[in-house]
Design a protein around this ligand. Structure first.
Ligand code: DAH
Length: 339
């Protein structure tokens, strides 16, 4: 056995590994359970007692040096300098995939641009709001059934903190910090506790408009909305205003545009009416002006609010609202041309 150990000790320095496969073969051959060193260890039992000390020492030396050589080769491979490998520096790199704008952002920007040209600036407010800005300051009395119109997400431990159900809350935020003339649009995300389906979601996007000054009239509102509809949907577009109810406006109206699929003659899209609804609007209720620190004896105002998903659907005929938030790249890529 001593001779065998000596021979292996001689061999150690000459053992090499050019790659990880060779290193693994090295390990299996010498250091694994069924490897040479373990076999020698097993044989050690048969060595006569008087030789045990000498052979044992040699065997340990062999084992340690073999292990050390293995570690050395492994480190060498790990830090191997690749300069010998040839790189083709002229090869073109992988193509960089360009993203595209989300359809809702395309439409939102278009709406913002139109109102921007008419002198509106952008205002912003928080998505996590309090009852005052979403409801009370907008003339929703406590226990008024109008609150049921909006299925609100409440934070259980703090019922005064809610996710805003409409961007009308930003009207209140703007009025409480500034005095007329006020002419803002407020784009943002809103939340409602709705069962998710192809035509409803628990979050969506709105754009709110607010104009407060001396002598602002319903005529101004109608003209601005007509101009918006023509720029957004084409010069041939007609609008109509139907009486409606919102707690924060008096009088209130809903606005329809002539169906751009059938041109107003009636089709499945407009349910054969020739009109499709696009927004709510009205004259700001004097109670809302007063609640937000603006003197309703001096000033009047109009407001409007529209859903970005709704307008995007009208422009691009997206049948299922859920598509907007599923991040399916195939859907998003369809809007590349509109970017
Ligand atoms: N806040 C309303 C909603 O979420 C939309 C709306 C209607 C906003 C009339 C307005 C308005 O500013 O005047 O349904």
């Amino acid at each position: 056995m001593l001779a065998k150990i000596e021979q292996l000790l001689q061999e150690i320095e000459g053992l090499n590994a050019q790659n990880t496969e060779e290193l693994e073969s090295f390990r299996i051959k010498y250091l694994s359970k069924k490897g040479i060193i373990n076999a020698l260890m097993a044989d050690f039992r048969n060595i006569p007692a008087e030789q045990k000390k000498e052979v044992g020492m040699k065997l340990n030396e062999l084992k340690n040096r073999m292990q050390a050589r293995f570690t050395e080769l492994k480190e060498k491979l790990d830090t191997q300098d690749n300069s010998a490998v040839e790189f083709d520096l002229t090869r073109t790199s992988y193509p960089i995939e360009l993203g595209s704008r989300h359809p809702l952002n395309i439409v939102r920007n278009e709406i913002i641009d139109i109102f921007h040209r008419m002198g509106f600036t952008i205002a912003d407010g928080p998505e996590i709001e309090d009852d005052w800005h979403v409801f009370s300051s907008m003339n929703f009395p406590e226990d008024h059934p109008a609150r049921d119109m909006q299925d609100t997400f409440f934070i259980e431990s703090h019922p005064d903190i809610i996710l805003r159900t409409h961007t009308s809350s930003v009207q209140s935020r703007v009025m409480e910090t500034s005095q007329p003339p006020i002419r803002v649009i407020c784009p943002g995300r809103v939340y409602r506790n709705e069962a998710i389906s192809y035509r409803a979601h628990c979050f969506f996007h709105q754009i709110e408009g607010l104009y407060v000054d001396k002598n602002v009239s319903f005529t101004d509102l109608k003209q601005v909305l007509l101009q918006f509809a023509k720029e957004m949907f084409g010069a041939q577009t007609k609008i109509r205003l139907r009486p409606s109810y919102f707690p924060f406006t008096e009088p209130s109206a809903e606005m329809d545009i002539s169906c751009d699929i059938c041109g107003g003659t009636g089709c499945a899209f407009c349910k054969y009416t020739g009109w499709v609804e696009i927004l709510g609007c009205g004259m700001v209720d004097p109670a809302v002006l007063d609640a937000n620190g603006i003197d309703s004896k001096i000033y009047t105002g109009y407001a409007f609010g529209m859903g970005v998903e709704r307008i995007t659907n009208l422009k691009y005929k997206v049948k299922d609202l859920r598509m907007f938030s599923e991040n399916d790249i195939r859907f998003l890529k369809e809007f590349e041309a509109a970017n």
